[in-house]
Design a protein around this ligand. Structure first.
Ligand SMILES: NC(=O)c1ccc[n+]([C@@H]2O[C@H](COP(=O)([O-])OP(=O)(O)OC[C@H]3O[C@@H](n4cnc5c(N)ncnc54)[C@H](OP(=O)(O)O)[C@@H]3O)[C@@H](O)[C@H]2O)c1
Length: 261
């Protein structure tokens, strides 16, 4: 899609990747409606992004937040929804309380499904429209220590693929982009220590935002950002036991960092 014709509802705009995306999408000529919960941060990011930029503080984990965001997107004339809001979730499943598990699944999976569902009738009326889901490498390489997060992101990948196939005869494109680790507040100090111990690369939000903008410009439906993560995602699809074995060797390290946080 030509980004200078895009009118985008961007969720998670007050976060690390969201802020970088807001700046780069605005520079590419897109009009933006930014959402997040932190109203002050949203205001500052909207000001910096400039041009045609609206903002709507809302908690998307609530039914009211979804309805407000969808109504605002219709008023804004949105033709693209970028589901970027998310929460992290490092920890052994047995140590996470059920409220935390629920929050991880809701924010990372149910929120994008609900928002897409609410906005789809509107998007289908647009001559060209897109739903863009920001997933994670862990959606294709489900990782020990991230069981709920990985299942939410794997669910988001499945949702994206099923909906893309369902909308193949419509004007709505469905795009799924899976970054590897990014240097943002989503990652706790324990996650940073784990990534350093495992030598997992972590990209800057500006780099990831630039990759995403390039994928949107070129209409790439499905992408994993970063190597060797792209290769591991493929291996996990064809021979998951190889990844079981590889992660098995790292399990003691993962458990150490999960427990000591
Ligand atoms: N960081 C990574 O290593 C990494 C790697 C792969 C994929 N990702 C994905 O990239 C996306 C962006 O994450 P990030 O790294 O930029 O994280 P971040 O800096 O923590 O930002 C998360 C954003 O989501 C918003 N959010 C969370 N819960 C919300 C809710 N209930 N209602 C509305 N907004 C909510 C936050 O809003 P407030 O701050 O205003 O509350 C914030 O704007 C996420 O989908 C994440 O899963 C991240």
């Amino acid at each position: 899609m030509q980004l200078n014709h895009a009118r985008i509802l961007l969720t998670g705009a007050s976060g690390g990747l969201g802020e970088a995306l807001a700046g780069q999408l605005s520079a590419a000529g897109a009009a933006l409606l930014l959402t997040g919960r932190n109203a002050d941060k949203l205001a500052a990011i909207a000001l910096a992004a400039g041009a045609v930029c609206g903002r709507l503080p809302s908690d998307l984990a609530t039914a009211e937040g979804i309805a407000d965001a969808a109504a605002a997107a219709r008023r804004f004339g949105a033709n693209m929804l970028i589901n970027n809001a998310g929460v992290g979730g490092f920890g052994l499943l047995e140590s996470q309380d059920s409220a935390a598990v629920e929050r991880i699944l809701t924010t990372n999976l149910l929120v994008p499904v609900r928002l897409t569902h609410a906005l789809l009738p509107w998007l289908k009326q647009q001559p060209a429209a897109a739903v863009v889901n920001i997933g994670s490498a862990f959606g294709s390489i489900p990782f020990a220590g991230f069981a709920a997060y990985s299942s939410a992101k794997a669910g988001l990948r499945g949702f994206s693929q099923a909906l893309r196939r369902e909308l193949a005869d419509s004007s709505v494109r469905v795009i799924h982009i899976a970054p590897r680790a990014i240097d943002t507040p989503l990652n706790t100090e324990a996650v940073k220590r784990l990534n350093a111990a495992l030598k997992n690369a972590s990209d800057s939000p500006a780099t990831v935002a630039a990759w995403i903008v390039e994928k949107l410009r070129n209409d790439v439906a499905e992408s994993h950002l970063g190597f060797p993560e792209r290769l591991f995602a493929w291996i996990n699809g064809v021979a998951p036991s190889l990844i079981d074995r590889g992660l098995g060797e790292k399990l003691a390290t993962i458990k150490h960092h999960a427990i000591n946080q």
